[in-house]
Unconditional design. Structure first.
Length: 109
């Protein structure tokens, strides 16, 4: 067992992973890994910003799918939905940045 107190969960928390179907869990892992890879690249152009926006949106979509899994405690559904909202907002910011950069390059303001 870990010496870190944060790793010593009590109650039903460890069983949450058992409620999420494996394909959905794998989908979340894949989308989050892609997100981590994309944000590691400095977005200086519209293309990079759009890639980050799409990766953020994919994570949000997966969080939302997880929130629809039957049998999850209400508090975990609320947390997962909040995570989806954050990634959606982030995707919106990256889309706006991409549009701004694209507009500047086309001679707009």
């Amino acid at each position: 067992m870990s010496a870190n107190p944060a790793d010593q969960h009590t109650g039903s928390l460890p069983q949450l992973a058992d409620l999420i179907p494996e394909p959905l869990s794998s989908r979340w892992e894949d989308s989050y890994k892609q997100y981590v890879r994309t944000v590691a690249v400095r977005a200086t152009g519209a293309g990079e910003a759009r890639v980050i926006a799409e990766a953020s949106g994919a994570v949000a979509q997966t969080w939302r799918a997880i929130s629809n899994v039957p049998g999850l405690p209400w508090w975990s559904v609320a947390a997962v939905q909040a995570a989806a909202e954050v990634f959606d907002e982030q995707a919106g910011h990256w889309h706006a940045f991409a549009d701004h950069v694209a507009g500047r390059r086309e001679g707009g303001r």
